[in-house]
Ligand binder design. Structure first.
Ligand code: KG4
Ligand code: ZN
Length: 338
């Protein structure tokens, strides 16, 4: 079955074609101009999606050697995300579905990340523990099947990616801050500065990152005022990164141990972090736990993960039931209940 999918929940416009679960194309266009504003400007994001979405659809079809007449279903991210951006993707998807009389499958973006490890890696088996870490969300899940998962922990304030982005801004680094910190940290000492590891020893699986951001702000202000010398940035970045990653890893492994689960998957933009990937492998292997993360292309926002989850959701379903155009876009966070 060939599925055409759209992802436009934030600042990536992405269109993908998959066939029988295999990726045929996955075009991603990142809106780099937000760097000029130090963060995503919602109004500009939706305008840029609108400008690009038809062109990227043509590219995704061409790269997969497909025509619209061969597409059998359409999938689209409908929640959560920036409302204007979600509306662009879902309106475009609805239009195509009506024109070509195709089933349409609304997909939750976080759920897309949750199953994205299995896009390319068929070794991953249910149940597994999944750490979803992005700019908007940080959560630990126990994933039981394609239709069933439990939320074990959530962030109580900032998401991990948000912490990377905001702390990078304090250090004068460009948006998005995660990749910038990751790069500079490679030559730095993660033990140089002892930043707090919030909620590390709490008995739950929740996170909190806003205190860390405040602590870095006070530290920088007291030590350097307005001018942070360039030569201290690698150590600063490595130490901040270690503080965030230590909490993410320890809590995720604790969840796997508690539920006696031997597979951990990390997904979402922050799962691209090189220190997180390296340390997760190292630390989880001490407990006989295997670690998986998607290729970098599928860590960031992408339509392939949306197409993939849609294909799993509609397996064994009567496609004539998939023509419900009444779905709404929903900007708020996780729909699932804890
Ligand atoms: O999943 P994603 O592309 O978009 C959302 O759904 O939010 O995640 C974007 C987030 C940004 O906060 C970005 O700074 C972070 O992922 N990120 C990273 C890295 N690459 C992207 N954080 C740390 N290290 C990275 N290498
Ligand atoms: Zn995302």
């Amino acid at each position: 079955m060939k599925i055409l999918a759209f992802e436009s929940s934030c600042d990536e416009t992405s269109v993908s074609v998959i066939e029988n679960g295999g990726i045929k194309s996955n075009i991603i266009s990142s809106q780099l101009f937000h760097t000029n504003y130090g963060g995503v400007v919602p109004e500009l994001a939706s305008r840029a999606h609108l400008e690009l979405i038809s062109l990227l659809t043509r590219q995704a079809l061409e790269e997969s050697n497909s025509t619209m007449n061969e597409i059998e279903a359409i999938a689209v991210t409908t929640e959560p995300g920036l409302i204007g951006s979600l509306i662009v993707g879902s309106s475009f998807a609805k239009g195509l579905s009506l024109k070509y009389n195709l089933p349409i499958i609304p997909v939750n973006h976080i759920e897309g990340h949750l199953y994205s490890g299995s896009l390319e890696n068929k070794e991953i088996e249910f149940p597994y523990i999944c750490l979803v870490v992005s700019g908007g969300h940080t959560a630990i899940f126990k994933v039981n099947s394609y239709n069933d998962y439990d939320i074990l922990g959530l962030t109580r304030d900032d998401a991990a990616g948000e912490a990377f982005d905001k702390i990078a801004k304090l250090m004068g680094l460009p948006y998005p801050g995660g990749p910038a910190i990751d790069k500079l940290a490679k030559t730095g000492d993660p033990q140089k500065y002892d930043f707090p590891r919030p909620m590390l020893h709490d008995p739950n699986f929740d996170f909190s990152f806003s205190g860390l951001k405040t602590s870095v702000r006070y530290f920088l202000h007291k030590k350097y005022g307005e001018n942070i010398p360039e030569e201290v940035l690698p150590d600063l970045c490595a130490s901040v990164q270690a503080a965030i990653v230590d909490v993410l890893i320890q809590k995720t492994i604790k969840a796997a141990k508690k539920h006696n689960i031997k597979q951990i998957v990390a997904a979402g933009g922050v799962s691209a972090n090189s220190y997180l990937r390296e340390q997760m492998i190292l630390r989880s292997s001490r407990y006989g736990i295997s670690f998986f993360a998607p290729d970098i292309e599928y860590c960031m926002d992408n339509a392939a993960m949306i197409a993939f989850l849609a294909s799993e959701k509609i397996k064994d379903k009567d496609h004539s039931t998939l023509f419900d155009y009444k779905f709404r876009v929903n900007p708020s966070a996780l729909r699932a209940k804890r």
